[in-house]
Design a protein around this ligand. Structure first.
Ligand code: NGQ
Ligand code: ZN
Length: 460
């Protein structure tokens, strides 16, 4: 049992001072008492927020951030040309590389205020497409990265079988990703024991997209995971690009989100990643479904996806969380800011996602993204309350951007003011202090290993 005394903290019912938080040996909160006078507790200074869950990550892509920002030989760059660069990059990575990249990334996430991540993991096999001796080799690498850094992990092995709508044959360069149903079932069974009785881990599934699975395969995958953990998270990429919407209509007569809502029991266990292109009717149905929309504002901007209908979706109580996806940016505050700014540019107004008069936009976005993120990860975290993981993000009250501000004003300053130095000074994950003085406690080792890997990968 450990005891912390938080000087100024955001609890589910608002801001409080001198909050005593008791944490068990598993890193979970057992009691929260505001206005405590406890003398024997470990003091946690600054302005303390719950850690934000990051609901969408392809860890290996962190190492190619910035490498696809030159126009290609034919011009006409798009999501699809970026994808070719990404496939070439993915083809080169060894298991050691994947672990080094994921470890560096997860340490960066913790420094940025993300204390949990849903890893949408789809590089499974050797470069020639054959399975590793242990078919879960690359999943273990991701788990090792999470364990070393202290980030909580929802692991989503991706089911990828086809190359396009209507069960088109996959392409050669997708061969590291592919499973048929029996191989996927074996992967899930092999992984399952590593997730039992762990408050900081959950196993779910990720059918990659409606392009990569057939309707039958989607149903089979749901049966497989339910046999292991009934109700475990299900994440899928959907309606990110207009070409995908057109292809889906050509295949089925329906739009992607419409098709999914018609064919699957989409509810609270589901996370629809992107869902950028929806009609008003789809937006209303998704909001009513209680599923989480997985928004990835910096990646969606980088890839030229389009703008999610956030004003209307949130007005209908639609749930959402934030993901850093390709990791072109790893910055919790920046992604929340970009979500609001996309709407400002589109609708030419301000504070569009505050939800009601006289409410802080930052607070509304942060609360909702914590709640939606925790739901999407299927883990008890994202709030400083009994039963949740002890994840604290402490802003430096002496940071100039926060001068004179407390409570929601401090949260708004963190989210909307971009400063050269992040105000996040300390981070606790599962009750363990993993970021001190703005750096992960093992940042030096991780960065050295990461640089070595990248020097080799990019020289080849
Ligand atoms: C991915 N990324 O799986 O990494 C995808 C691109 C695809 C994003 N959608 C590949 N941002 O969708 O086919
Ligand atoms: Zn993605």
């Amino acid at each position: 049992m450990r005891r912390f005394l938080l000087r100024h903290a955001l609890l589910p019912d608002g801001w409080h001072d001198d909050v005593l938080v008791e944490v068990d040996a598993g890193g979970m909160i057992t009691a929260v008492t505001p206005q405590s006078t406890a003398k024997d507790a470990e003091p946690v200074g600054g302005i303390t927020l719950p850690g934000l869950p990051n609901l969408h990550s392809h860890a290996f892509q962190r190492a190619m951030a910035g490498l696809a920002e030159r126009s290609g030989p034919a011009g006409g760059d798009s999501f699809w040309t970026w994808r070719e660069t990404m496939y070439r990059f993915a083809a080169r990575l060894t298991p050691e590389d994947i672990e080094a990249i994921a470890t560096q990334l997860y340490a960066e996430m913790l420094q940025a205020g993300y204390t949990a991540v849903a890893e949408f993991h789809y590089v499974h096999h050797q470069p020639d497409g054959s399975a590793y001796d242990d078919p879960a080799e690359l999943s273990w690498r991701v788990l090792a990265a999470a364990d070393s850094t202290g980030i909580a992990l929802t692991h989503l092995p991706v089911l990828y079988r086809y190359g396009g709508f209507g069960a088109r044959a996959p392409q050669e360069r997708q061969r590291r990703f592919l499973h048929d149903a029996p191989a996927y079932a074996r992967l899930l069974e092999r992984l399952a024991p590593a997730f039992r009785d762990r408050g900081d881990r959950r196993l779910g599934i990720a059918p990659h997209s409606l392009r990569a699975v057939s309707p039958e395969l989607l149903d089979q995958a749901l049966e497989m995971i339910d046999a292991i953990d009934n109700g475990a998270p299900v994440h899928i990429h959907i309606a990110e690009q207009t070409a995908e919407v057109e292809d889906c209509i050509a295949w089925s007569g329906r739009r992607p989100v419409e098709w999914l809502l018609d064919h699957c029991a989409v509810g609270a266990r589901w996370c629809l990643v992107h869902a950028t292109h929806m009609t008003d009717a789809e937006t209303a149905r998704l909001a009513a479904s209680q599923a989480v929309a997985g928004l990835c504002p910096s990646t969606e901007a980088n890839l030229g996806d389009g703008i999610f209908p956030a004003v209307s979706y949130l007005a209908q109580d639609g749930r959402f969380g934030i993901g850093s996806d390709s990791h072109i940016g790893v910055h919790a505050a920046e992604d929340l800011r970009l979500l609001e700014y996309g709407q400002r540019l589109l609708h030419r107004g301000r504070n569009l996602l505050a939800g009601r008069p006289e409410r802080s936009t930052g607070r509304r976005l942060f609360d909702a993204a914590c709640r939606g993120g925790a739901q999407a990860l299927g883990l008890k975290l994202g709030a400083i309350t009994s039963g949740c993981r002890a994840d604290f993000v402490c802003l430096d009250e002496d940071a100039p951007a926060l001068a004179g501000r407390r409570g929601d004003a401090a949260l708004d300053a963190w989210i909307f003011t971009s400063t050269p130095q992040s105000p996040i000074r300390e981070v606790y994950a599962g009750g363990r202090r993993v970021v001190e003085n703005r750096r992960h406690v093992r940042a030096g080792d991780y960065a050295a290993r990461y640089r070595e890997a990248l020097d080799r990968i990019l020289q080849e």
